[in-house]
Design a protein around this ligand. Structure first.
Ligand code: NAD
Length: 297
């Protein structure tokens, strides 16, 4: 069956993003290594095919939402990859968070074959993906951006053209380095308040209206029970994994080395998430870093 859009990578983010494209009326063929995720998309009105590469031959648009650079490079490049299978005129949009140089490499390979490819990483978490309110930061040509915009608008509410190929990923790396640092800082502040007998809800409410306010405090509070819908109140399940944050901070530190930039807080944050991951928390939401700061009982 032919679909307008082939969506590859139906994880915590990709599934709700693909579901929003279905809701907007597009025929979406969804693909993932995990069958249960594909089944969920089909239950929501999407379709699938046994072979993702057979599906991409008929697509107008291919969207990928994969974990890291190596997954993106391996699915686009090579004899059996997307670039070897699509028809002329197919638009390629990668929404994964990957290294800017990796995004440029894949987009250059696409351009060499005459295809338009954009890096379009997102911010807003699984809540934003479900609500269709993600922020997209897009790297690529003006024409490519104009072609992608109608699709991105069905999944997000703020769509920015950051600049040339790879620019979307550069903005994303900067943003997530800041996010990783803020989550640790917010966790420290709440732990300090609790150690002084404060109710974390009251503390968070007041800090949200004070100069310490930030997204992790206001939308994604790391302390269980403060926000009903935050991963912290659901056993740190779902959300944005510690290992994905660790990957993003690794991208930031690598990029800092390559560009001669100083990122002392980013490097410290990377090391803290690394220790947290190695203690067995890699699959939990990144706000579980709050647990690392618990007082010994
Ligand atoms: P996830 O691990 O939940 O999902 C990734 C999915 O890709 C998995 O379901 C996996 O099975 C699938 N996959 C991997 N290789 C595949 C292949 N070859 N073919 C088909 N499917 C394949 O990750 P996520 O949380 O959805 O994040 C996806 C990307 O978005 C990451 O780059 C992440 O850094 C970024 N991101 C995540 C969040 C968040 O809050 N979770 C927010 C912004 C950006």
């Amino acid at each position: 069956m032919s679909a307008d859009i082939v969506f590859i990578g139906l994880g915590n983010m990709g599934l709700p993003m693909a579901q929003n494209l279905v809701k907007a009326g597009y025929a979406v063929s969804g693909h993932d290594l995990v069958k249960a995720s594909v089944d969920k998309l089909v239950e929501s009105g999407g379709v699938t095919e046994a072979d993702a590469m057979a599906a991409v031959t008929k697509a107008k648009v291919v969207i990928t939402m994969l974990p890291a650079s190596k997954h993106v490079e391996s699915i686009y490049l090579g004899d059996k990859g997307i670039l070897a299978n699509i028809r002329p005129g197919t638009l390629l949009i990668d929404c994964s968070t990957i290294a800017p140089e990796s995004a440029r490499k894949v987009a250059a390979a696409a351009l060499e074959k005459g295809y338009t490819m954009l890096d379009a990483p997102v911010s807003g978490g699984t809540g934003g993906a479900t609500a269709g309110t993600l922020t997209f930061m897009v790297g690529g040509t003006d024409d490519g951006f104009a072609l992608a915009r109608p699709y991105l608008e069905k999944m997000g509410k703020a769509i920015y053209h950051a600049g040339a190929s790879g620019s979307g990923q550069t903005v994303k790396v900067c943003n997530n380095m800041l996010l990783g640092i803020l989550m640790i800082g917010t966790s420290e502040a709440i732990r300090l308040g609790i150690a002084n007998g404060m109710d974390p809800k009251v503390l968070s409410e007041v800090m949200s209206k004070s100069s310490g306010r930030n997204w992790t405090l206001e939308v994604y509070n790391p302390c269980p029970g403060v926000m009903e819908n935050a991963p912290a109140s659901k056993g740190y399940a779902g959300g944005f994994g510690v290992d994905l944050m660790l990957k993003d901070l690794g991208l930031a530190v690598e990029n800092a080395l390559a560009t001669g930039s100083s990122v002392p807080m980013g490097a410290l944050a990377r090391n803290l998430y690394d220790i947290h991951s190695k203690s067995g928390s890699g699959g939990l939401d990144f706000s579980s870093v709050f647990n690392m700061l618990a007082k010994a009982k």
